[in-house]
Write a protein that binds this ligand. Sequence first.
Ligand SMILES: [Zn+2]
Length: 311
Amino acid sequence: MDAYFAIDIGGTQLRAGLYPADSTNPLVMKKISTRGKESAVNRLIGLISDLWPGDGFTVQGIGAAAPGPLDSKTGVIYKAPNIPAWKNLPLRQILEDHFQVPVTLGNDANLAALGEWRYGAGKGHHDLIYFTISTGIGGGVISADQLILGHRGLATELGHVTIMDDGPLCGCGQRGHLEAISSGTGIAKYVNEQLALGRSSSLPKDPPVSARQVSEAAAAGDPLAIEALQRAGHYMGVAIANYLHIFNPTIVILGGGVTHSGPVFFEPLHAALRSYVLSSMYLQDLVISEAALGDEAGLMGALVLAQSHTS
Ligand SMILES: [Zn+2]
C-alpha cells in the first residue's frame, strides 16, 4: 500500500506523520524537540527513520512544512526562526539523498492554506485567502485551485504589507506592516506603549502584558484592551479589502489565537471591509470563516503537497 510522510518543522518541535493513500488519519505520528545533542537535520532524519514503515507499505513521498523564508521550488530553507544553524539549507536534497523518495517543501503558512483548502474550511472553494493571526501574521492564497508561489516561492507574505506609513516597527525590520499592528505581538505592544504613556487600565504596567491578557481584559470590559483589539480588527479589515481587490476570492479563512477574541476583533474588521471595498460585488459571494484545522493545517498541507507531487 502507498504511504506518504507529512512533516511539520516548527521553531521548537519537529512533527512527523505517516499517512496511507487517500487518508488524513495517520498510521503513526511522533513529535520531538528541535533541540538536542544532535543537529536539527539529524534529529529530523532520525524522526522519519523511526516511523519508516515495514513490508507492505511503499513510501511515495515526503511533504514538509517549514517556517519561511524558503524557496519551495529548489527546496532550500534560507533561514529558520529558532534554528540558527539553518541558513541556505538544501533540506529537500538532504532528505532525498537520504531516503531516496521525492521530497517537497513549503512555507508553513502557504501549506496551512493548502490544508484548509483541501481538508478544512475551504473545501469546495477555488479562490481562497488564508491568514494565521498569532504572534505574527502569515498567509497563503489559492487562485483557480493553484497555490500562488511567485518566482522564488516567496509570494503571499500577507502580513508584511505596509498599512500605516511610519507605523510601528514590524518583526521583519520594516515599519507599519499589517503584522506590526494586527498580530498578537502588535496588539500587546500597543497596549504596553499606552500603559507606559499613563493610560488607565486594569492591565498592569509591569511586567509587559501578552496578547492573551489583552483579550481577557477586553472580555472583562477594559477600555484600553477593547481599543487595542478594535484597532487590530480594523486594520485587518483594511488589509483584507486590499486583498479582495487583488484576488477576488470566495472565502477568507482566519486562524490563529487572535481570532479567538470574538466580536471585539471581528466587528471592526467587517466594518472596515464594507467601507474600504471598491464595490459591494466583492462581498456578495464572500464567506469569512474561521479556520477548521487549527494546528493541524500546516501538517495537512504538507500531506497535500506529498500526495500531489507523486500521484
Ligand atoms: Zn513586516
